[in-house]
Design a protein around this ligand. Structure first.
Ligand code: HAM
Length: 425
């Protein structure tokens, strides 16, 4: 029996991997402009990090982690998201002590969640995320949202909706929590068993329940916005002002609660509207997490960030018919006839590559006609033909494929000739 790929994962093959490289380069480039530096953390961490960081009452930690015991009897978990790991690295490497705060970091890497696979929902997916640690300035909340929106805009995506909410500070959250418990408690037996457990542990999560979303108490549930204290209201106002100044439009949705426990103050998601996109409409999510660094054992440090998956981004680009330009062609294919010419072709190929050109030759002992066909398939801009006669004359025949134009070039000048000709194009 043959072995298949695990459910919820995918092979990214040549032809598609170029799309990934393209969007990853775009992510790196926008991070360079916004001054976020790359961080790479391990794929697995101690399970406790996510229990403490993401929160052990969340679906992610309760139902979706890939957790295993290693040969040293430690409980390890494949990371389901990047924020907890970045925070751990921030604390462990004492990045808070560096000059030049806030610490602004980005990452691109695989995350793992045991979810029911469907289009746009994978068990292994790649997140591009950023985290800004050490600033309580509402301007940085706006910067984080702006970076995400600009990233999509530069890729050509339209129909995006930035949805924001404030979850308030600890005081506001406690007041809201009490109100939620009072609201749901009398009729909690009408809710699913998960919600019944959530009532005391984390009532905010009830609002995010997919099973009970149509229950009449959902629509009348107390809104966090009515429980924000003065400081939280003023913070949220300033974040909105910064977005207004940048001309970034948004809608406030008081029902937006995120699926992870660490958030307070600003929470946001970026959705895509329009047909052809299927069930998954959230492309990106993020928010402020003051308190997480302390929770992981570091000094009191505010933080904010977002993450988006490349899978959903590529789906959105496809659904909206945005074609990513991919350079498939090679510079030169060397066609060789006869054994001595083939040896020469091999050394020329090596030199061309050393000089920075992308090039190829035959390795299957193909006839000349088939070698030309291979050159066509690779969309070679030039073919260079070398046989015994050319060898004796110390020449090589270079053909420009787009025009059919041919020139004989001295073998000694071939490499510089190809470099110069391609530069002129
Ligand atoms: P999240 O909302 O759990 O937040 O995930 C962020 C994004 O990751 C989603 O909007 C979606 O694009 C993508 N994503 C999540 N699960 C899947 C999946 N199963 N398949 C494909 N894509 C998926 C976080 O992960 C937070 N760490 C974001 C953050 C960073 N908050 C502050 N800093």
């Amino acid at each position: 029996m043959s072995i298949h790929i695990p459910r919820g994962t995918q092979d990214i093959l040549p032809g598609t991997s170029e799309l990934w490289q393209f969007v990853e380069r775009k992510a790196q480039d926008i991070c360079r402009r916004y001054n976020y530096k790359e961080i790479r953390t391990p794929i697995f961490e101690h399970t406790e990090l996510f229990q403490r960081g993401v929160g052990d009452t969340t679906d992610i930690v309760q139902k979706e982690t890939y957790t295993f015991t290693d040969r040293g009897d430690r409980s390890l978990t494949l990371r389901p998201e990047g924020t907890a790991s970045v925070t751990r690295a921030f604390v462990e490497n004492k990045l808070y002590g560096n000059p030049g705060q806030p610490t602004k970091l980005y990452y691109i890497g695989p995350m793992f969640r045991y979810e029911r696979p469907q289009s746009g929902r994978m068990r292994q997916f790649v997140q591009f995320g950023i985290e800004a640690l050490g600033s309580n300035d509402p301007g940085i909340d706006a910067e984080v949202m702006a970076l995400a929106m600009e990233f999509y805009r530069e890729l050509g995506l339209t129909g995006l909706k930035l949805v924001i909410n404030s979850l308030g500070d600890t005081e506001s959250r406690i007041a809201h929590r009490e109100a939620l418990i009072n609201h749901f408690k009398p009729r909690i037996n009408e809710f699913c068993s998960d919600c019944q457990q959530r009532l005391e542990k984390n009532p905010l999560r009830i609002l995010d329940c997919k099973k009970d979303r149509d229950h009449e108490l959902m629509a009348t549930a107390p809104s966090i916005l009515d429980y924000l204290n003065e400081e939280s209201v003023s913070y949220f106002e300033k974040v909105k002002q910064h977005l207004d100044t940048m001309g970034i439009s948004y809608v406030v949705d008081q029902t937006l609660v995120r699926g992870l426990d660490y958030y307070n103050h600003t929470a946001f998601e970026i959705m895509i509207e329009g047909e052809g996109f299927g069930a998954i409409t959230t492309l990106c999510g993020g928010g402020r997490y003051n308190g997480l660094v302390e929770n992981i054992g570091g000094p009191e440090t505010p933080g904010i960030g977002f993450a988006l998956s490349i899978e959903r981004l590529l789906m959105a680009l496809k659904a909206t018919n945005i074609v990513i330009p991919i350079e498939q062609s090679i510079d030169c294919y060397i066609v060789a006839l006869g054994d001595t010419a083939k040896d020469k072709a091999a050394s020329l190929l090596f030199e061309l590559r050393r000089a920075g050109l992308s090039c190829e030759k035959d390795y299957l002992d193909k006839k000349v006609k088939a070698q030309f066909k291979a050159a066509d398939r690779l969309e070679a801009k030039y073919t260079a033909v070398i046989g015994e006669d050319e060898l004796v004359a110390n020449k090589i025949n270079v053909k420009k494929m787009s025009t059919g134009e041919q020139v004989e070039v001295s073998l000694d000048e071939f490499i510089t000739y190809m470099q110069d000709t391609l530069k002129e194009e």
